[in-house]
Write a protein that binds this ligand. Sequence first.
Ligand SMILES: Cc1cc2nc3c(=O)[nH]c(=O)nc-3n(C[C@H](O)[C@H](O)[C@H](O)COP(=O)(O)O)c2cc1C
Length: 445
Amino acid sequence: MTRRLLLGAFLFHPGGAHVTGWRHPSAEPDRHLDPDFYADFARTAERGVFDTIFLADGLYLWDRYPSGIDHYSQVRPEPLTLLSALVAHTRHIGLAATVSTTYNEPYHVARALASLDHLSGGRAGWNLVTSRYDEEARNFGGDAHLDHSRRYERGAEFVRVVERLWDSWGDEAILADKVSGRFADASKLTTTDHRGEFFTVRGPLNITRPPQGHPVQFQAGGSPAGQDLAASTADAVFTRWQPLGEAQAFYAGLKARVVDHGRDPDRFAILPSIRPVVASSRAEAEDLAEELLASTPDTLIVEDVSHTVGQDLTGRSADEPFTYRPDTDTSNESRSPNRLAEWSRAADRVTARELYARAFREQTVVGTPQRVADEMEARFRGGAADGFIVQFLTLPSGIHRFVDLVVPELQRRGLTRTGYEERTLRERFGLERPRVAASIGETRV
Ligand SMILES: Cc1cc2nc3c(=O)[nH]c(=O)nc-3n(C[C@H](O)[C@H](O)[C@H](O)COP(=O)(O)O)c2cc1C
């Protein structure tokens, strides 16, 4: 079978993946709660034969610094609600929602994702996150998160329970026999009867097994604990964009972990994010990138960098050099490599603007459709990616440009699909429908 490059269309802030993409002349910030805005996003991704759309999410408003409210466009619909609406506007594309295992219960999540899978005919995906920022903890009865490692332990138990709930109903359990009056065959139903460290869940689920058996599971943790959970349970991983050598090392390391867990590395996709700034000429693309970078107000640059490096730089100008002396421990938020902190540590003195621009530059691929396709192809063929999560810096213009300019180039090279052949998202990822789990600890009703 030809190996195809997988494509996911990323959506977090509706103004685009660049923090002030909403200011771009093409942006439509007055439509960020308009269903047609999102229908256009999903249909455009489907026109580009993307495998899935992917809605990122967090359970908070980033307001630890004033510019979070003053300059950031954070208002957006809740992912599962939005995806349910998008079912009616799309026919083939996967619909993946980010759902936290720290601030939900497995029964809710199993039920909602099974519903989305049924309503979409097998297109649901779950980006399992353990939640990152303390702002989220404060919305759920605490001041700070559970410890990083405990969040992953809870996540591991959470996903086991969800899978067993999805397996509640055998495929032939519903009889709906009007003559005999028997609606269901109780012998084909399994209670979950889970009693674990974090959850007690009897089951069974009040919706039949999802068409995919289990909706496709994504994760994005980059720490050893995050990678281990993904390697043991996920079908695919989203990662940061990294320089090629680091991306290859990450790819090889994570595939080795998958093998260590007794799983097939070819049935486990690694999807780095890519932020293309594309135009028909290199100069035009460079101008667009510079225009976007310049659209970020200095206060937001200083406050964004303050958060990322864990050092309060407010009150300084974006051009005032500082020496790295962090005053906040951000290790409970994330144990993925922190590039800005590494650069700050390595430099004697550095400014917030330099760090911000360097991160922007390192994360973006600026140029013609051919240049963007070259970069994607090199990583796909060079052991660094099985596909990409495309982050559009401006919306809706970014996705339109990518689909009109880059997708035809990828298709011409035979890298991506030109039409939808498989029925479900699982099949598109080359995954089998899982068999119902062995009945350890389960009882028949
Ligand atoms: C491409 C990508 C997308 C992500 N999307 C989300 C998201 O939607 N919600 C979230 O809480 N975290 C998201 N994350 C963050 C990760 O889930 C995780 O919290 C972070 O990598 C820190 O975990 P770690 O300490 O295991 O590395 C994303 C990360 C990446 C690389």
